[in-house]
Design a protein. Structure first.
Length: 729
């Protein structure tokens, strides 16, 4: 049946009237929140400067509570929403439900819009023609801010008696084919049934979301975070939600998704920024493939523990003191036993006093019984001996994680602490720390660590324990020139926060969402586990896209997190991103190295095959320019240039400086294959596929990532070699 233009416009006008009513009520709610904030400020106003009465203190608390709740409501109402109302359900009993990004009610408390996460909205995503869930018609409203631009309908129950008209050709295809920008959009209006099942899974235990490229794993996981905050707000807002991604490029790409869904209480961090709570620094720098793989392996755990136990001096440790002319001495084996005894139960920086006490005790036992000295004085004489003090400062100093890890720049040290590593493996690790030659370790704290180093440093923080605070021995320390009153020592100490030295320094969360989990190394899983010892988890990934080569070791690390707790697994099977022509090419590549890869079904076709171009090294940038100019005229959105790490700086400079590319520079993004994980572009140029394979830890798997970023067109440029094309034969 043909639908007239007049009928469509009439239907859009009906929807526009409802959207107008929603926004009018939203304005009233915002005004009410502002009035609440004003009233809160006026609950307690005083010019007192000397003291506060108990009843006035209660009013102060009430004022702050009012202000907090009002500010929170205003933040939600003022959030930037790409179409607040996006859906409508017509039920078989005549009820109409509008679905949106947040719930809105009228003056009679009747719902004008149902929050997409509410149980009453579930049918919008779950209903099918086989199981319509009492829904006759499902409608998607295409809106820009407050204006309804179009409608797309699905008839779900054709047996029901209804004269409802059906408009449009499908909202999903319209959404997946539109141009990409620099940031990810939410898919709240077009969530599919298999995606919704993963989103609404229970929060307890571990939820695994798997699927190949383009299946929407990332955006489904973000919608799950929003859903969990809606259904378990008290627990998760109090405990915190941490979202982890592979890089800062990725985090910038996804940062607007949760705010657009009304949630801004989530912490987003790249893997290289996880340990800012313990280290005060982050990293985006990647090691070369061999060093990154070695540093990610659980073999490094033994290396780090041996490294902490290894004395700073190369010479055999020994201590000599004299008591009443008698020389008392301890040497290597005796001191090693004391070191091992302390470290078996105590973190290094917490063990200084215990180690000194054991050394004093061992020296005391060596004093001949006939020496004329009172037994009670012997420990004090040994403890205060200058030789002992100098020895302890050298043998058991306060250690920091950066200074300990910096010792791995020495192949001689590596030979002692990592004898199980091959010679070339130790050389690869030592070479990765050559930059430390430029750092004065006696006066500087090294900061140019790699992403893989961050997990090692965080592990060392746990092994070493916190560095002890300097002791203030000034008996008049409580006299502070800037304080106008005299306070007691007890009062001064009561104002200070007392931390348990045995507490872990990491910030912990109630829920962790880990995206691109296939790239998380075993050492990084340990780092993450310290942030969520009692947490629930959402783990998102695809083993076929892994950049870490030891899948078995990674699976073991993940299983340690799951333990015996609840777990559930969802596999997304439809590729909405890649045209079938592009994905068929990528699938040929990954099948050669990973025959069991999860290969989703690509549901779109553009009729345009990927362009496979060759170039000499001298002409590579010229060829790149020609392909980019061609693509700029064929697509309207972003164009990604994916390169090996060794080419990143050169290609970035070229793209930014070339006059002919300047006309659409804002649409061009240059990234490495690892940085492209989770991202998508209208068109992609993969420059030097063989170089990507050679330089990436995951080799062909990382090339597979690069080949699956395009939503419309793909170009590959071979540079002086066509080895990768052998994968297509």
């Amino acid at each position: 049946m043909t639908i007239s233009r007049e009928a469509l416009e009439r239907e859009i006008a009906i929807e526009q009237a409802h959207v107008d009513r929603v926004y009018a009520n939203l304005d009233v709610a915002a005004a009410s929140a502002k009035e609440l904030a004003r009233q809160g400020r006026e609950i307690f106003v005083s010019d007192r400067a000397d003291f506060v009465r108990e009843e006035d203190g209660t009013a102060l608390f009430e004022r702050d509570a009012f202000a907090y709740q009002a500010a929170r409501r205003l933040a939600v109402l003022d959030a930037e929403h790409e179409g607040l109302v996006f859906g409508r359900l017509d039920l078989d009993d005549g009820e109409i439900r509008y679905i949106g990004r947040l719930g809105v009610r009228d003056d009679d408390y009747e719902p004008l819009v149902i929050d997409w996460r509410a149980p009453a909205a579930e049918a919008f995503y779950r209903a099918t023609q086989i199981n319509p869930m009492h829904v006759i018609r499902r409608r998607v409203l295409r809106c820009r801010e407050e204006r309804v631009l179009g409608i797309e309908d699905d008839l779900l129950d054709s047996q029901a008696e209804s004269d409802l008209q059906i408009f449009g050709e499908g909202a999903l295809m319209a959404a997946v084919t539109r141009s990409r920008g620099r940031q990810m959009r939410d898919i709240v209006a077009t969530i599919q049934a298999e995606q919704d099942e993963a989103i609404r899974a229970p929060y307890r235990g571990v939820t695994i979301i798997a699927g190949g490229p383009g299946t929407g794993k990332t955006v489904v996981a973000l919608h799950r975070a929003a859903y969990l905050l809606y259904t378990n707000r008290a627990r998760l807002e109090r405990g915190g939600v941490l979202v982890v991604g592979p890089s800062s490029v990725f985090m910038n790409y996804i940062e607007r998704v949760l705010p657009s869904l009304g949630e801004d209480s989530v912490t987003l961090k790249s893997v290289g920024a996880i340990a800012t709570d313990t280290l005060g620094l982050a990293s985006e720098r990647a090691d070369d493939a061999q060093a990154a793989t070695l540093k990610g392996s659980l073999r490094m755990l033994k290396v780090l523990r041996r490294l902490v136990r290894l004395p700073l001096d190369d010479e055999e440790p020994q201590v000599r003191v004299t008591v009443k002319g008698e020389v008392l001495a301890l040497r290597g084996a005796e001191l090693d036993r004391i070191r091992d005894q302390v470290l078996a139960t105590t973190r290094f920086n917490r063990g200084q006093r215990q180690a000194q006490a054991l050394v004093v005790e061992a020296l005391e036992r060596k004093l001949p019984a006939d020496v004329d000295v009172e037994d009670a004085n012997v420990p004090e004489l040994i403890r205060e001996h200058p030789q002992l003090q100098r020895f302890m400062a050298r043998w058991w100093p306060t250690l920091s994680a950066p200074k300990v890890l910096a010792r791995l720049a020495s192949e001689q040290v590596l030979e002692k602490v990592a004898p199980e590593l091959a010679v070339d493996e130790r050389a690869a690790i030592a070479s990765s720390y050559r930059w430390l030659d430029r750092v004065d370790l006696d006066h500087e704290v090294p900061r140019d660590w790699s992403v893989a180093d961050i997990a090692l440093l965080d592990e060392l923080v746990g092994i070493l324990g916190p560095e002890p605070e300097p002791v203030d021995d000034d008996p008049l320390a409580f006299l502070d020139a800037e304080v106008a009153e005299l306070v007691s020592i007890g009062e001064r100490l009561s104002r200070q926060k007392v931390d348990d030295p045995d507490d872990d320094p990491q910030t912990t969360y109630a829920h962790l969402l880990v995206d691109e989990a296939q790239d998380i190394t075993p050492m990084q899983w340990r780092m993450l586990r310290r942030r969520g010892p009692q947490a629930s988890w959402t783990v998102v990934g695809d083993p076929a896209q892994s950049s870490y080569p030891d899948a078995e070791e990674t699976a073991h690390s993940l299983q340690e997190i799951i333990g015996r707790g609840e777990q559930r697994r969802f596999v997304l099977s439809t590729n909405y991103r890649s045209p079938s022509e592009v994905f068929d090419l990528a699938a040929q590549v990954i099948r050669k190295v990973h025959p069991d890869a999860l290969l989703p079904k690509a549901v779109r076709s553009t009729g345009v095959d990927p362009r496979l171009v060759s170039s000499s090294a001298d002409d590579a940038l010229t060829t790149l320019r020609e392909e980019l100019l061609r693509l700029a005229g064929q697509v309207t959105g972003t164009i990604g240039v994916v390169v090996a790490p060794s080419r990143l700086a050169e290609v970035t400079r070229f793209v930014l400086s070339d006059a002919r590319l300047g006309a659409f520079e804002e649409r061009l993004l240059v990234v490495t294959a690892l940085q492209s994980k989770g991202l998508e572009y209208d068109a992609v140029v993969v420059l030097g596929p063989d170089e990507i394979v050679d330089e990436a830890p995951g080799a062909e798997r990382v090339l597979y990532v690069a080949l699956t970023r395009a939503t419309q067109r793909l170009v590959t440029i071979d540079v002086d070699t066509e080895r990768w094309r052998a994968l297509l034969d």
